[in-house]
Ligand binder design. Structure first.
Ligand code: MF3
Ligand code: CO
Ligand code: CO
Length: 280
């Protein structure tokens, strides 16, 4: 079947195609549910990555990131001031508030981290990420996680036919900045479906009423990265790991979703109700 594109080059999917994303999104969420109990002080990121990898394989799916543009792992794990694309197995970048020296990818008590996984199931891409806490985190870190979670949900509240992608970004930016945090500009959400990254770029900042109009059948992610300090990022010498320039703490949440006739269907809702790490 030739894909149905709208005037902005965004693919519009049929009711039947929602079914494929529903299954891929559910599996992607189940990976993040599975990994939660393993995120403890002393755990190694590479072992967490292997658990994610094996879970995907056991469930007849493929890790989308493995070999994607040369990316070497089945997950991205981004600790503390790492904004995104942290590579499991690599030394965790030292952070200003570290009490011990970092020599490898072992988690310390109080670390906050984002785990981002994308699985391909029957050709459909399910992409999601959440924050986790190793042990117990400082109140300011927990607050950042809460703000970032709420920023994603406030963005999702804008998803319905007739609204624009600018409305999503504006809603997120207004909320995050009112919380005295900042929205990362250097990375964005994206269309997805039978491909990993497709139009449009889903910005997490912007102006009301601008950008492409949302239509039923669009599939995309919203995945705001929020910093306690300034928004600027820098990519390390490994060409992947992005950190905050001012070394301030960063957090991210991501859902994959589809636009329905009257709103949104979130494909990556946690079957166990574990999307937010500090939920009771
Ligand atoms: N899952 C990431 C996203 O949300 C993409 C990671 S691409 C990788 O779009 F190559 F860094 F893994
Ligand atoms: Co994504
Ligand atoms: Co992702």
């Amino acid at each position: 079947m030739t894909p149905r594109l709208n005037k902005d080059g965004i693919t519009l999917h049929s009711k039947e195609e929602f079914e494929g994303m529903r299954a891929a999104g559910r599996l992607a969420a189940e990976i993040l549910d599975m990994i939660g109990p393993h995120v403890v002080p002393g755990a190694k990121l590479d072992d967490l990555d292997k658990l994610c990898h094996d879970f995907m394989i056991e469930n007849d799916s493929t890790p989308a990131t493995l070999g994607y543009r040369g990316y070497p792992k089945s997950s991205c794990i981004s600790v503390n001031h790492v904004v995104c694309h942290g590579i499991p197995g690599s030394k965790i970048p030292s952070w200003k508030n570290d009490k011990n020296k970092r020599t490898d990818d072992t988690l310390f008590d109080g670390d906050i981290l984002n785990i981002d996984v994308t699985c391909i199931l029957n050709g459909w891409y399910g992409d999601n990420s959440r924050m986790y806490i190793a042990g117990d985190a400082k109140p300011y870190a927990k607050r950042l996680i809460q703000v970032t979670h709420d920023a994603l949900m406030i963005g999702i509240d804008q998803v319905k036919p007739g609204n624009t992608f600018g409305d999503i970004g504006a809603a997120i930016q207004r909320y995050v900045e009112a919380q005295k945090c900042s929205v990362v500009r250097d990375f964005c959400g994206h269309g997805l479906g039978r491909v990993f990254h497709s139009p449009p770029n889903v910005l997490h900042y912007g102006r009301w009423g601008t950008g492409p109009v949302l239509e039923e059948g669009m599939f995309f992610t919203i995945e705001p990265m929020v910093n306690l300090g300034r928004p600027e990022t820098k990519v390390l010498a490994d060409d992947w790991t992005a950190i905050t320039r001012d070394k301030s703490l960063s957090a991210q949440f991501e859902h994959s979703m589809g636009v329905t006739a009257d709103g949104v269907e979130i494909f990556t809702e946690s079957p166990a109700g574990l999307f937010h790490p500090t939920q009771p």
